[in-house]
Write a protein of this length. Sequence first.
Length: 69
Amino acid sequence: MDVGAIEFIHKRIIRARDEGAGVLLVSSDLEEILGLFDRILVMFEGRIAAEFPRGEVSERELGLRMGGS
C-alpha cells in the first residue's frame, strides 16, 4: 500500500476504536502496532505468548516476544 492508503486505513481504525468497536489488526509492523492499539496480544506458534497494555512494552521487547523469546 502507498502512504496515503495506509494513513486512510489508520484513521478509520482509530475512529472505530474511539467509537467503541473492537479492532483486530494482524501486523508485523511494530511501529504501527504500538501507535494504534490499547492492548497488544503477541502470538507465537499459534498461541498467545504475551499480552501488553498500551505504553507498557518497548518495541524491542515486543519484537523479542514475536520471535518466541
